[in-house]
Design a protein around this ligand. Sequence first.
Ligand SMILES: *Cc1c(COP(=O)(O)O)cnc(C)c1O
Length: 350
Amino acid sequence: MSKFWSPFVKDLVPYVPGEQPKLAKLVKLNTNENPYGPSPKAIAAMQAEVNDNLRLYPDPNSDRLKQAVADYYGVQTNQVFVGNGSDEVLAHAFHGLFQHGQPLLFPDISYSFYPVYCGLYGIDFVQVPLDKQFRISVEDYVRPNGGIIFPNPNAPTGCVLALDAIERLLKANPDSVVLVDEAYIDFGGETAISLVDQYPNLLVTQTLSKSRSLAGLRVGLAVGHPDLIEALERIKNSFNSYPLDRIAIAGAAAAFEDRTYFEQTCQKVIDSREAVVTGLQKLGFEVLPSAANFVFARHPDKDAATLAAGLREQGVIVRHFKQQRIAQFLRLTIGTPEQNQALLDALQGL
Ligand SMILES: *Cc1c(COP(=O)(O)O)cnc(C)c1O
C-alpha cells in the first residue's frame, strides 16, 4: 500500500496462477499444459517471423489469424476476436459486456479468475452452486442477471455441459450475454460455436494454451455475433492496439491450419486420460467424469492436501484448491504416459 496508488488498487484481490517451478525434472501436472509440443508447422512459422520485419509493428487486427480461425469454424472474420491469451479476451468481455447493474452469474466451483475480473471492473456477482454431482443445472440460471459465464468443460471439475442444455440457457436468458469459456473443449466436448448464428447473446472463448500447446505464446480468441465482437474490439482498441505480436499471429494461424497434428495430440491426451482414470479408480479414488485434459479426483480416506504434499516430495506437482467444497479433491493434469505412470506410482506409496 502506498499513497501513490489509486484508491481502488488496495482492494484488488489478484488471481494466483498455478506454480511454474524453476526446478527441471519435475513431473509438472499442475497447470493443464499440453505434454506434447506445439505443431512443428507452428514452430517453423514462428521461426520464420524472427527477422528484420520485427522492426515493424504487427497487423493490429491480426487478420491472418482471424481468417484461420474463421476458416476452421466456418464463420465470418467479423465474428472472431483475438487477444493476448483468453484471459485478456475474458477481461475485455467482463469490461465491455457484463456491466449492466445486475449480478453476473457463474458456478460456485469455477475458474477463479472470474471473481477477480469482477473485482477489477466493479461487477456484482452471484456464485450459483453446482449440484451434488458437481454439474451445472440450467434451471438455477433462470433469474435476473447481468450476464452468465462458465467454463465448458468446467474447471476444475472437468464436467461438460451438453449443447442442448446450453441452448436452453440461451433461450431462457435472451437479454443477457452468455459466455461459454471453452478452454478445454477440444478434449471431449462439443463447441457451442455452431450456435452463434442463431443466438446473438452467445459469446464463446477459446485458448491456444491447452489443446494447441501454446501456453507460452499467449493467444486466445472469441467467436460470436459481430455486435458482441465489436464491443471487444472497441475495448481492445482503447487499451492496446497490438496485443498479438508478429510471432504470435504467425504461430497461432499455423497451429489452426495444422489440423492433423492437433487432432493426433488431442487424441493422445484423451486416450491417456482414460488410462489415468482407470489407474486412479484402482487406487480407490473417486474421479469426476472429465472431458478435459485433467481429472478431478478425491480419495475417501486420504486428505488431499497431504497427498499433494507427498506427491511434491516425490517431484510430482499437482493442483490443490483450498476452497471448502473441493478441499478434498486434487486436480491432475494429463501428461505423457510416462508422467501419468509416475503420478500413479507416487500415489500408490502414499
Ligand atoms: C487456462 C484457462 C484460461 C486461460 O487461458 P489463456 O489463454 O492461457 O489465458 C481461461 N479459462 C479457463 C477455464 C482456463 O482453464
